[in-house]
Design a protein around this ligand. Structure first.
Ligand code: HEC
Ligand code: HEC
Length: 442
């Protein structure tokens, strides 16, 4: 088998090798191996073993040395024995010239591959959870499952968004791979107030932040005394946590796969009048009245309305959507299937998420009628009949599920509907194809 198929692009391969060094003395095993031992181990592996086992270590059935997969749960000393004495009666040769130190080094390398594959595998999620709130001091900056501070990114869904390798890097070297959405930025208002947070967007006139209290904030540069990037405020866990503890925290983070940091609760959808300044579903209420109870604008002053801002959509296709408004943030769509989060006061963009639908033939244009929201998750149907869930704060895709077969002319142009904690979506077949257009609820 081509080793590239196993490891993907070289970048990933290099990352894994880098991790072997980074995770150095290996989280759970081989207490005495240092980074240079592992490196020596890798060279020895390539020189003496790759002939038969393959460069990626996966050429022999049921043995994947590159991923630390063996046929039996060998101890370290059993493995060193195998390397020196071979497996009698099989092609696995004895190498009597190999010193126990060399053999130990190769074993450490093989073990580190298993750990690099999943740095949390050797960890204990329950211990990791306790460390998160306690000794690790993570919850002084991070929120998970509705608890903790909002200074750093909410980690409630981090297990869905990042691999264990990426999580380990984040903990060990917070400044090394900062997600574009997590770059830390500070502004000082003319009045002296300082606000820090994640930079979402900026231009010559304004700055958009997700501030340290998790509010989407937009500032005019003319109101600022100072503005600029700051280093990540997150400290490395090196020196703070032991290696086993790091594995525990990584393991805990991988279990964080959603939760209820609810910005929009089902209750608010059921009683939209409790939040008159928001527009939380396509038709605003389940009776589909689309009538705002706000009274500031009325028939006697409507002629005084003036243009405040213009948003230039990057699409020449039709608009048939009603926007959602959640606490000053306007969420809308642009055809065919982009989601855009805008500052409702200035029209500045916080983020744009783009789904590229597979070419689908729809009856009446590649339109989209809008979004649904529940908690901090936006939902959108696509013209190729997928249903997408997108994080309302960062614009990150959370999941993408195929609802119906686009090649059978199914598409979704209607906004999804949230009922309690369920999201429903109605695909339809193009009228030109079937003569009838009939919704199918899923
Ligand atoms: C001449 C070919 C050859 C070379 C060189 C070789 N191996 Fe093997 N190795 C094999 C074969 C074949 C097996 C499977 C033996 C069996 O059927 O049990 C094996 C089995 C093993 C096993 C046991 C796997 C398991 O799950 O039971 C380990 C560990 C191993 N090799 C490591 C190494 C290392 C490390 C090196 C280099 C120092 C190496 N081998 C060099 C052919 C080779
Ligand atoms: C002083 C505040 C602070 C502390 C303490 C802190 N973090 Fe962070 N963390 C941040 C900030 C800000 C970011 C975003 C910038 C970055 O990636 O460095 C971040 C980023 C992260 C990321 C990457 C998020 C992503 O989207 O990829 C992870 C994972 C993480 N932290 C986990 C932890 C864990 C686990 C702990 C405890 C051991 C911890 N943090 C302690 C502030 C903090």
């Amino acid at each position: 088998m081509n080793p590239m198929l196993q490891y993907g692009p070289m970048g990933v391969h290099r990352l894994i090798v880098a991790l072997c060094l980074l995770l150095g003395s290996s989280i759970a095993y081989s207490q005495h191996a240092t980074g240079s031992d592992l490196f020596g181990g890798e060279q020895a592996f390539q020189n003496f073993c790759a002939n038969c086992h393959g460069a990626a270590g996966n050429q022999i059935a049921n043995v994947d040395l590159g991923r630390g997969v063996f046929r039996k749960p060998y101890s370290d000393s059993e493995l060193t024995d195998i390397l020196i004495k071979g497996i009698p009666g099989t092609p696995m040769p004895a190498t009597p010239g190999m010193s126990p130190e060399q053999a130990t080094r190769i074993v450490a390398y093989l073990r580190s591959r298993a750990v690099a594959r999943d740095p949390g595998a050797a960890g204990d999620a329950a211990r990791g959870r306790a460390l998160f709130a306690g000794k690790g001091q993570c919850s002084t900056c991070h929120r998970a499952q509705g608890e903790g501070s909002r200074v750093g990114p909410d980690l409630t869904r981090i297990g869905l968004l990042r691999t264990p390798e990426q999580l380990a890097i984040s903990l060990l070297e917070p400044d090394r791979e900062v997600q574009p959405n997590n770059r830390w930025y500070g502004v000082t208002l003319k009045g002296g107030e300082r606000i820090e947070g994640r930079l979402l967007n900026q231009d010559a006139y304004s700055v958009q932040l997700l501030d340290s209290t998790s509010q989407l904030r937009s500032f005019q540069r003319s109101d600022l005394r100072r503005a600029g990037f700051l280093p990540s405020p997150m400290p490395s866990v090196r020196g703070l946590l032991a290696e086993q503890e790091i594995a525990d925290v990584v393991q805990y983070l991988t279990t964080l796969r959603g939760g209820t940091a609810a910005q929009v609760e089902p209750r608010a959808l059921l009683h939209p009048d409790s939040q008159p300044g928001n527009w939380l579903s396509y038709s605003r209420d389940y009776a589909n009245q689309r009538h705002s109870p706000l009274t500031q604008i009325h028939s006697r002053n409507v002629d005084k309305l003036q243009l405040q801002w213009v948003w230039q959509a990057r699409s020449l296709e039709k608009f048939e959507a009603t926007a959602l408004v959640v606490n000053g943030v306007l969420y809308t769509v642009q055809a065919p299937n982009d989601v855009v989060a805008l500052d409702a006061t200035t029209g500045r963009i916080f983020w744009t998420y783009s789904h590229q639908p597979t070419p689908a033939r729809t009856c009446c244009g590649r339109v989209n009628r809008g979004l649904a929201i529940l908690g901090d998750t936006l939902f959108m149907g696509t013209v190729d009949a997928h249903l997408l869930a997108i994080d309302a704060k960062s614009g990150t895709l959370l999941w993408d599920t195929v609802v119906a077969d686009a090649s059978a002319q199914y598409s979704i142009t209607m906004p999804p509907l949230v009922v309690k904690d369920r999201c429903t979506s109605a695909p339809r077949a193009a009228t030109w194809a079937s003569g009838v257009s009939w919704p199918r609820m899923t």
